[in-house]
Design a protein around this ligand. Sequence first.
Ligand SMILES: C[S@@+](CC[C@H](N)C(=O)[O-])C[C@H]1O[C@@H](n2cnc3c(N)ncnc32)[C@H](O)[C@@H]1O
Length: 338
Amino acid sequence: MQGIVLTASEEFLAAAMEEVQREFPQLGQEVLGPGLFWLQTGAEWEQVQTQLIDSPPIFVRHMHAATAWPVSNEPELIASVVQHLETDLPRVPRGASIAVQARAINSSLAWQPRDLKARCDNVLCQQGYQPAIKDPEWVISVTQARQQVYYGLAEAARNLSDWTGGMIHFRKEAGDVSRAKFKLLEAIVRFNLDLPPGGKALDLGAAPGGWTQELLARGLQVVAVDTGELDPRLQHAKCLQFLQANVKNLRFASSEQFDLITCDMSWDPIFTAKLINGLVANLRSGGQVIMTVKLMGKKPLPTIQRVLTMLDNGLTVCHAQHLWHNRQEITLHLRKHS
Ligand SMILES: C[S@@+](CC[C@H](N)C(=O)[O-])C[C@H]1O[C@@H](n2cnc3c(N)ncnc32)[C@H](O)[C@@H]1O
């Protein structure tokens, strides 16, 4: 059986399935576990996957193409995966770094993903490949749900994220003022963003200052705005101007131009879209916006559609994604038309 295993957050699984259903109404879907579903592609899997890579559904964080078969115990699972792997490896360039990403979902079958990883790593070493954990070039994905195993070997870029299930992790560093910075870091990695060092950024809803701190660290000058206070550790930061104000009252001269606007406010999504639209005149052409859109209610797709339509005003929506570090919100990346 051939198809694609897709991962979303448990909360937004229905929205993810709806998006995929709209794109591929002819393909069957099946829930495999919390935040996980199976798309039955049959032999079409490669075209379907390419289409999903080209326009990723907002609520899908990770996917892996897979062949599925039934298993009933750990030795059988490991032996059958290793057999498939040995058949597949010749299509991977010798010396490539390969990660084993194995997950047991609601498993009624007693097995340890680490045992499978140890066996696969052995095979990789014997055949001249480099077992990897971070930044792999290729990934062996194994998902076990119910009495089935779903196995695939693919270039990491074809999985949307090179972390198991899209669960990217960043290390907290001494001096970090807020974990909120991980949302910005994930957007930068996931959307492959280039922020202009020396450029000027406007950070809306900046307190306590996680995003501001990260932008300063990347060499940007920052104008940070919040009704609340920034963390005292940012008080004397060079290249930072703090405006303690309500964003509703912001007025910039047209000569004030920003290369980047970031916005992470706990605010009504429609107000947020209006706020950004009102600031487009202060964004240089080609300038970027990174913003979160808070999701209220159980049907997020109509809200998102409304926000995207409103923002279609001199701005191109480059990315819209429910990232691993997003809770009830999504992250957008926009660029002003040149
Ligand atoms: C999720 S926090 C931002 C976290 C921040 N990105 C960080 O990295 O530390 C949301 C912020 O939006 C601010 N905020 C909400 N409404 C605002 C408004 N109307 N004007 C200015 N700031 C506002 C809140 O005071 C709060 O500090």
